[in-house]
Design a protein around this ligand. Structure first.
Ligand SMILES: [Zn+2]
Length: 215
């Protein structure tokens, strides 16, 4: 993150004690730091990353980790010698389950991404990794508002695909791409209507037909 350490914590008395604007009654206050983070413009690790206020922080943080390949899938667990039943993708059983595979290139996932692009009125594209799909949204078109909406939808898509993957593994529920698509539409609509406080400008029927015009 682009906040200097010494803005958060300063030692004095030769390093024996510390003080911080983020402390209350001698205790470090996470809420104050969080407030500061909210105001920061966050590049996350490798390259540009868009920290959108309309997207819940747990989602943005997940997408940021996925971008850096820091999600603990079976492959990652195996590397750490944690026992897993199979390193293969549980959907296609054809490829190792990696971040990029489960979020962009598995056949079921590709189908969902195609539906998302189609819903947005964007010609089909195929992606081989999370970085690629994020860069596509960030660089798409010329209208900043539409670009922001598309990025928000892509974050919602990545999050929903991850949720669908977990529901399948932990609850045995297999969601078809059309169902995941419904979840994406509903989730991102709620983010934009309430979190981005767009209220009345967000119309569900319009959103379902042409989301990028609901800015
Ligand atoms: Zn797969």
């Amino acid at each position: 993150m682009n906040i200097e350490v010494n803005e958060i914590l300063n030692t004095y008395d030769g390093g024996l004690t510390w003080r911080s604007d983020y402390a209350v009654d001698g205790k470090f206050c996470v809420a104050r730091l969080r407030n500061r983070l909210d105001k920061a413009h966050h590049p996350v690790g490798d390259g540009e990353f868009w920290w959108l206020n309309s997207v819940p922080k747990k989602v943005t943080s997940f997408v940021g980790r996925a971008k850096q390949g820091r999600i603990s899938f079976a492959e990652a667990l195996e590397r750490r010698n944690i026992l897993v039943t199979s390193p293969m993708c549980g959907l296609c059983a054809d490829q190792i389950e990696s971040t990029d595979h489960i979020l962009t290139s598995c056949s079921m996932v590709k189908e969902t991404l195609c539906m998302v692009l189609n819903w947005c009125g964007i010609p089909l594209e195929y992606f081989s990794g999370v970085n690629e799909v994020l860069a596509f949204a960030r660089n798409w078109g010329h209208c900043p508002k539409k670009k922001e909406t598309l990025t928000c939808i892509i974050y919602g898509t990545i999050w929903s695909l991850w949720k669908a993957r977990n529901d399948r593994i932990f609850r045995g529920e297999i969601l078809k791409p059309a169902k995941i698509m419904d979840f994406i539409k509903g989730t991102v609509f709620t983010w934009r209507k309430y979190r981005a406080k767009k209220g009345d400008t967000m119309d569900w029927d319009k959103w379902c037909v042409s989301p990028l015009t609901c800015t």
